[in-house]
Design a protein around this ligand. Structure first.
Ligand code: ATP
Ligand code: MG
Length: 364
């Protein structure tokens, strides 16, 4: 297995579209790194650059100790698994798994050994003599995975490999992939636009927007200390609430002010500066006392979504601001009712209004 490093990588497509710029990213040997971002943010482009299916416009790509920037895909020793996994319909599972090795003229005894081992790992031993049409979707996906694993490549690249599966199967296969990663100790880059998949699977998660890396960090670090407003809004469900206002110096630290809420925050402001307050739905609590004042938001309930384990409450505040709060399943909240929400202490995030960068809070 091997580490993968991208150094100052740019990719401009022939039509002039800049799909990646200034990428610096190192994936450690044996690490599972998840690349996440909205559609069109450049995730597949980055995988294709690593695999060698696209050439870089500038920069260097290393796999292990080798500079592979100029090498064709077959010399990079990497396996890629795509969303649409085309299995050969006329071949059995056994033949599908061994196909890539036969092409490479591997001795048949060795092929048989590897195929048996991979089938065992993926729970496919019982179905080795079936054709793809006789398999469930999840089994087919595992055959596609198996085809990559039998090659024993230096690293694996996955491009949304689970998105064709139904929700339950996706959760199961995700857990399987996680186990497989631990078992193989393999270097993996996994692309998804699903932030839950990113959080649950990744050793680290790289968040991408418009071809530019926004933050690379372990999942909980992204959740707790998002580097900017984009990451803050992308990671976490329901999404973080944002309230436009300003920070200004106060006696002790500074104060966030807005038509919607006023809140003391532990930062140092020398002068008044436009800012955005971020607070997660889980950090807004119902305040039955109805008192106003610092940290309180008063507004009208516009929608209540009961999820069983909790309720998601949408609230209209002054100044055309909407927030979402999660409240306990037994809380009595009705549409049109006016309620008070309170921001949990130390749950506030602050971002600069002009570029969305995080404003450091004391003790955060
Ligand atoms: N061959 C190409 N020529 C020109 N532009 C391209 C080419 N391939 C991709 N792009 C553009 O580059 C951007 C990034 O594409 P990419 O496929 O990497 O996105 P993605 O993050 O994988 O998106 P998705 O989640 O939809 O798969 C998109 O705007 C896309 O239209
Ligand atoms: Mg893609």
């Amino acid at each position: 297995m091997a580490r993968i490093a991208l150094e100052k990588v740019d990719k401009t497509y022939p039509n002039g579209y800049v799909a990646a710029s200034g990428l610096d990213l190192e994936i450690a040997d044996g690490e599972l790194l998840v690349l996440v971002g909205p559609s069109g943010s450049g995730k597949s482009t980055i995988l294709r650059l690593i695999a060698g299916l696209e050439g870089v416009t500038a920069g260097t790509i290393r796999i292990g100790d080798r500079d592979v920037t100029a090498l064709p895909p077959q010399e990079r020793d990497i396996a890629m698994v795509f969303q649409s996994y085309a299995l050969y319909p006329h071949m059995t599972v056994r033949q599908n798994l061994g196909f890539g090795l036969r092409i490479r003229k591997m001795p048949s005894a060795e092929i048989a050994r590897r195929v048996a081992a991979v089938a065992e790992t993926l729970g496919l031993s019982e179905v080795l003599d079936r054709r793809p049409s006789q398999l469930s979707g999840g089994q087919r996906q595992r055959v596609a995975l198996g085809r990559a694993i039998v090659r024993e490549p230096l690293a694996f690249l996955f491009d949304e490999p689970l998105s064709n599966l139904d929700a339950q199967l996706r959760v199961e296969t995700r857990a399987e992939l996680s186990r497989l990663h631990r078992r193989l100790g393999a270097t993996m880059v996994y692309v998804t636009h699903d932030q839950v998949e990113a959080m649950t699977l990744g050793d680290r998660v790289a968040v991408l927007k418009d071809g530019v890396l926004q933050q690379v960090a372990p999942p909980m670090e992204l959740y707790r200390n998002p580097a900017n407003r984009f990451v803050a809004g992308f990671i976490g469900s329901p999404a973080m609430n944002f309230i436009d206002g300003a920070i200004e110096p106060a006696a002790d630290g500074c104060r966030f002010t807005s038509p919607v809420v006023t809140l003391p925050v532990a930062c140092a402001a020398a002068s008044r500066e436009p800012a955005v307050l971020g607070v997660r739905p889980q950090h807004l609590t119902l305040d039955g006392s109805g008192t106003n004042g610092s940290g309180a938001l008063r507004g009208q309930v516009v929608l209540v979504e009961p999820l069983g384990s909790e309720q998601i409450v949408h609230v209209a505040l002054p100044n055309d601001t909407r927030v979402v709060a999660t409240v306990p399943p037994d809380a009595r909240v009705a549409v049109d009712e006016t309620i008070t929400l309170r921001i949990a202490p130390s749950a506030a995030h602050l971002f600069r209004a002009h570029d969305g960068r995080r404003i450091a809070l004391a003790g955060a």
